[in-house]
Design a protein around this ligand. Sequence first.
Ligand code: DC
Length: 211
Amino acid sequence: MSFVIAIDGPAASGKGTLARRLAAHYGLPHLDTGLLYRATACALLDEGLPLDDVEAAVAAARSLSLVDFDEGRLRAREMGEAASVVAAIPAVRAALIDMQRSFAARTEGAVLDGRDIGTVICPEAKLKIFVTAAPETRATRRALELARAGEDADYAAILEDVRKRDARDSDRSAAPLKPAADAVTLDTTDLDIEGAFAAALTMAQQKIGGK
Ligand code: DC
């Protein structure tokens, strides 16, 4: 059976960095599923359509192509917020399932990160990690990231953003953010990237007996 790693967690928890590190370590392809929701929201905004236009959002989700994402633009703060809105639409989530599952079905395996990978997309994943960190820590990390990229980094606004997204992603009825019953939780509040990666590798070894 192929080696699928599912990484879930709230905004700015460090799950993306961890997923990329694990993918590189095990030589597996990586899919940041947040980009799918961001690209869907971006398509609506580009057409001047409201984010609650279900028909247009589903059409945009169905026509996504993994290869032509403008990551720089999709990773902007407002796009995360807009993505969280379209991600609460059940029909949009349904439209994106096949693309994620076929990515996970590659023979060698894959690493996917998002909110519902362990619960909905890949319930059979060999390793499921639920990455968390205190909201204040996540806001500080995001502010540093933005400042480094030369962008506006107002800590208070970012913290509010983090809390708002946590609430929207956790309280929605369609595939809410929550750990799978068989997920291991990794709290990165007091860990740097190396510490989080080392902890994740230990978890991987315990689950799969090393590789
Ligand atoms: O991981 P991210 O910040 O790029 O995700 C942006 C938004 O997309 C997030 O607030 C909720 C949504 N999302 C989701 O609902 N399910 C996923 N698997 C990934 C992201």
